[in-house]
Design a protein around this ligand. Structure first.
Ligand code: KIV
Length: 292
């Protein structure tokens, strides 16, 4: 345990232009506890849980129940980091009332302190509604994985007119009242222009070094999976190899009889052992304590 203070939305907002914000995804108690201990300012319980934990192709596979389940596991680790719950696909697209209710579930049942949702101008009514319910909202522009059917996973804002639109969308999100904006899969020049144009921190992923912070997926940053690692996702460790090595040793130990060892084994007292192994019949007045 450390005496680090709990990070709040106000702390995050105040970091605009200051020390870069560190955000990591996490999806359960152990990954959240590690992210917090490593000094993450923000833990995003991302809908990327669908891909990196649950083995789905796209984030469309997860609904609010799944996100609540994982957010609550993260919250039970009591991280110092601000917990942001990701609103999944179709949880904020239908009506404002549904968007508020689903955001409220991530807060009340999941223990999140803010929510994130993808998209720009067309999501403004939903963002406004959630903000009116006094739930802080983080925006997400650029490559938005929930738009895969219409956008694919292509880098956004490479053409000048698209880049200008992105800056305008970011300004509208800022004016509406989001407390931070994730910029995913955009050229560095565009991310820097957005960062200069808005009053709230920008947090980049595949957006270069000019943003107010960075976010990485836990399993990418630690090298925990054997899937595709995007160009921007530096592996700061190779935990998958370390885990395979450890479990291969475990398997060998089971097979050659060296596991479990004497020290890893429970023993009876000599007296109880002798009585247990003796030929004597057990006494007939024995009644299991749970029957009494
Ligand atoms: O779900 C997620 O992991 C995200 C990050 C990539 C920003 O939205």
């Amino acid at each position: 345990m450390t005496d680090r203070k709990q990070v709040t939305v106000r702390h995050v907002r105040a970091r605009k232009g200051g020390e870069p914000l560190v955000m990591l995804t996490a999806y359960d108690a152990p990954t959240a506890s590690i992210a917090s201990e490593a000094g993450a300012d923000i833990i995003l319980v991302g809908d990327s849980v669908a891909n990196v934990v649950l083995g789905h192709e796209t984030t469309h596979a997860v609904d609010v129940d799944v996100m609540v389940h994982h957010t609550a596991a993260v919250a039970r680790a009591n991280p110092h980091s601000l917990i942001v719950g990701d609103l999944p696909w179709m949880s904020y697209h239908v009506t404002e009332a549904e968007a508020i209710r689903n955001a409220g579930r991530l807060i009340r049942e999941g223990g999140a302190q803010a929510v994130k949702l993808e998209g720009g101008v067309k999501r403004i009514p939903m963002i406004r509604a959630i903000l009116d319910a006094e739930i802080p909202v983080m925006g997400h522009l650029g490559l938005t994985p929930q738009s895969v059917l219409s956008m694919g996973y292509a880098v956004q804002g490479k053409a000048a007119d698209q880049a200008k639109r992105l800056v305008e969308e970011a300004k509208v999100l800022d004016e509406t009242g989001v407390f931070a904006i994730v910029l995913e899969g955009v050229p560095e020049t565009v991310a820097k222009a957005v960062t200069d144009a808005v009053s709230v921190p920008t947090i980049g992923i595949g957006a270069g070094a000019g943003t107010d912070g960075q976010v990485l997926v836990w399993h990418d940053a630690t090298g925990f999976h054997d899937g595709h690692y995007p160009k921007f996702a530096r592996k700061f460790a190779d935990l998958r190899s370390a885990a395979v090595e450890a479990l291969t040793e475990y398997a060998a130990g089971v097979r050659d009889g060296s596991f479990p060892s004497e020290a890893e084994t429970y023993r009876m007292s000599d007296e109880e052992r002798e009585a247990f192994l003796s030929e004597e019949e057990p006494s007939t007045d024995y009644v299991p304590s749970s029957w009494v």
